[in-house]
Design a protein around this ligand. Structure first.
Ligand SMILES: *Cc1c(COP(=O)(O)O)cnc(C)c1O
Length: 396
């Protein structure tokens, strides 16, 4: 029969076959079907600073960025990114050769892996991973080598011996994320120093995803890996405006790195989106220059929200890993007599009117993530209070 063509086999290619469906779609559908509070996906339910939104409106009206902006990003934003790195961390980057604007951190990650990896190169990454890492490594033809963060004294910690053991002669780069989504772990100065030493010793590149750089709660502090000895010229630092300024839909991100690395990343990026978000780039340039008071108020607000939800989860009987950074809380459901995060998250809407995400989706070693569930707290205080109240239903 003529209809028996190649269309009878699955369309999705082998590289992406394992990434066919995402839990976020299922859980968000579940949330709207059941009228649940959605603490699954990590986006704020209020917009960021009004003056920054107005800056975007002004750019649109003034015709700035309405046509293709320059490939590396508008000069105003590249200059603002370089000034931010200098002012915050004492890292100096040339806006013309060492800064690249991307369509969010997501494109920066994709372009870095596509531009730097040869097929078969190994990428060592901290597990659980942000969901795009595994797919992007696969698209680049790389092999992912997970190093599992393990719960220890109330936080998920990196085992430096395990990290060292994961590096082989085929390792091309380390893919790091601190502050870490979904665990809320912020790598310490000592841990970062050890990572840096390893990278230098084994001559590795490091791609470091620092999108939560401004969401770190005292006494933890964010220290960019690029500040450590020997790291500036082997580190691709990635950040984004989405999380820091609560405009996740604008998708303005950036890379800072040495010129040869930026060139490699740009070579891939130019054939992905080429450019994006013209007018928003001007607005983000203004956002990065906001006074320190903006950043400290943002952090204080998120800290209060963290405590509100963490206390509610504790009272409901969860094991709570109070995060040092990000806007996620990872919980342990075993104190509730549960062991399977997937099953738990599928029944949570019915039991408590809440949607959360099973951390197992962020693992290669699914069993290592099975009893953990992630909640987002980047929501209005009244929503979190209502959620905390609903969660009490679990105590039965
Ligand atoms: C949200 C997020 C990103 C994506 O950032 P965009 O700028 O929205 O593309 C990347 N990495 C981590 C860890 C994130 O949580």
């Amino acid at each position: 029969m003529a209809a028996m063509t190649s269309t009878t086999r699955p369309f999705l290619n082998r590289r992406l076959a394992e990434f066919g469906t995402t839990i976020f779609a299922e859980m968000s559908a579940l949330a709207s079907r059941t009228g649940s509070i959605n603490l699954g996906q990590g986006f704020p339910d209020t917009d960021g600073p009004e003056e920054i939104r107005e800056a975007a409106v002004r750019a649109l009206r003034d015709g700035r960025g309405n046509q293709y902006p320059p490939g590396p990003g508008v000069p105003e934003l590249r200059t603002a990114v370089a000034a931010h790195q200098e002012r915050r961390y004492g890292l100096s980057y040339d806006p013309d050769t060492e800064v690249l604007v991307t369509a969010g951190a997501t494109e920066a990650i994709a372009a870095s892996l596509l531009g730097l990896l040869e097929p078969g190169d190994e990428v060592v990454a901290l597990e659980p991973y942000y969901d795009s890492y595994a797919a992007c490594i696969a698209m680049a033809g790389g092999r992912r080598v997970p190093v599992t963060l393990r719960p220890h004294e109330g936080a998920f910690r990196l085992d430096l011996d395990e990290l060292r053991a994961a590096v082989t002669d085929r390792t091309r780069l380390l893919l790091l994320n601190t502050p870490h989504n979904p665990t809320g772990t912020v790598l310490t100065r000592a841990e970062l120093a050890a990572v840096a030493e390893l990278a230098v010793e084994r001559d590795l590149l490091v791609v470091t995803d620092e999108v939560y750089e401004h969401l770190v709660f005292d006494p933890a502090e964010h220290i960019p890996l690029a500040t450590f000895p020997g790291m500036r010229d082997r580190t691709i630092t990635i950040s984004s405006s989405g999380k820091t300024f609560s405009y996740t839909g604008w998708k303005v991100g950036w890379v800072t790195a040495a010129p040869a690395l930026v060139t490699a990343v740009r070579s891939a990026k130019q054939y992905l989106t080429y450019v994006s978000a013209g007018p928003f780039q001007y607005a983000v340039a203004e956002a990065l220059a906001l006074p320190d008071s903006y950043f400290s108020a943002f952090r204080a607000d998120m800290r209060a929200k963290r405590d509100l939800l963490a206390d509610g989860l504790t009272e409901a009987g969860f094991g709570v890993f109070r995060p040092s950074g990000t806007y996620f809380i990872t919980t342990d459901i075993r104190p509730l007599g549960e062991t399977d995060g997937f099953a738990f998250c599928r029944t949570l809407p019915k039991r408590a009117g809440i949607v959360a995400i099973p951390n197992a989706v962020f693992y290669d070693h699914r069993e290592a993530g099975a009893p953990f569930v992630r909640f987002a707290f980047c929501k209005r205080a009244e929503v979190l209070t209502e959620a905390a109240g609903r969660l009490k239903a679990l105590r039965g």
